[in-house]
Design a protein around this ligand. Structure first.
Ligand SMILES: Nc1ncnc2c1ncn2[C@@H]1O[C@H](COP(=O)(O)OP(=O)(O)OP(=O)(O)O)[C@@H](O)[C@H]1O
Length: 258
């Protein structure tokens, strides 16, 4: 895929609004998320990046006062349709959170949990293969292969985050949403996650929320700049950082506010 050809759209949002009670947190956002590219959401604190990210796999459903309006599709299918199975949706559109949150179970069980509840690997040998493949894809296998039955919570923060990525990968998702996945990690663990994002690009559509503009520039090919609930500008990452069209984007990336 070259940057000149039109990339395939994996998810589309049209005129999305999100309310928390009377707070209007997302105001008419429309965006296409590509299959082939990593998309970064940037913007100052409270601008709605995480809120919008959560609309993409209906995580806002878990917040009682949250209300979502507008259309969001996955491969053309409306994810807010009553016919959509939300458990299935969250397997197809996986999520990795700010703070690594492994289950208090073994490394093996952390990865096996999702495939087991989705009935993806009924035979033990199949499950062993899924666990190994997921840990390999998450760049963790070599570090944990001899201690698969140790607790996931005993790993370092960076390893825990890669375990959470392996857990998301294990159910064979199509999209992976990452909400500031490196904010609790040191620079070396952060570099490993960024490297991993490069390796996973193409296999999964990836959307990452980040506070760190250098990180957005390093890992993404598309960047969306949010401000006060609006999507101000969306485009090729290098253009957003070197030649933004909107004054508000320019002010943000040059550090005038944030
Ligand atoms: N669970 C919630 N209940 C009520 N209001 C919320 C909730 N979550 C977010 N908000 C509000 O919605 C707006 C957008 O918040 P959101 O966390 O999406 O922004 P953000 O850009 O991700 O911020 P940050 O970078 O600080 O994480 C803010 O005004 C916030 O206070």
């Amino acid at each position: 895929m070259t940057d000149n050809s039109l990339p395939a759209t994996k998810m589309s949002a049209r005129d999305v609004h999100v309310y928390y009670g009377a707070t209007h947190a997302i105001k008419g956002v429309s965006i296409d998320v590509d299959q082939e590219n990593v998309t970064a959401f940037i913007g100052p604190s409270g601008c709605g990046k995480s809120t919008f990210l959560r609309t993409l796999n209906r995580m806002n459903d878990t917040i009682p006062i949250a209300r979502v309006e507008g259309d969001i599709t996955l491969d053309g299918e409306n994810i807010y349709s009553p016919a959509m199975d939300v458990v299935q949706l969250r397997a197809r559109v996986g999520m990795v959170f700010q703070k690594p949150n492994p289950f208090p179970k073994s490394i093996y069980e952390n990865v096996a949990y999702g495939p087991r509840i989705h009935g993806l690997a009924p035979v033990k040998s199949d499950m062993d293969r899924v666990v190994e493949q997921s840990l390999r894809r998450a760049g963790l296998w070599e570090e944990v292969k001899d201690r698969l039955h140790d607790s996931g919570t005993a790993l370092s923060g960076g390893q825990q985050q890669r375990l959470c990525i392996a857990r998301a990968i294990a159910v064979d998702p199509e999209v992976i949403l990452m909400d500031e996945p490196c904010s609790a990690l040191d620079p070396i663990a952060t570099a490993k996650i960024e490297e991993l994002i490069h390796e996973l690009r193409g296999r999964y559509a990836i959307v990452i929320v980040t506070h760190n503009m250098q990180q957005a520039a390093r890992v993404s090919q598309r960047t969306a700049f949010f401000h006060l609930g609006h999507l101000v500008e969306y485009g090729v990452t290098s253009d957003i950082f070197t030649n933004p069209r909107q004054e508000r984007t320019k002010d943000y990336i040059t550090g005038r506010y944030g």
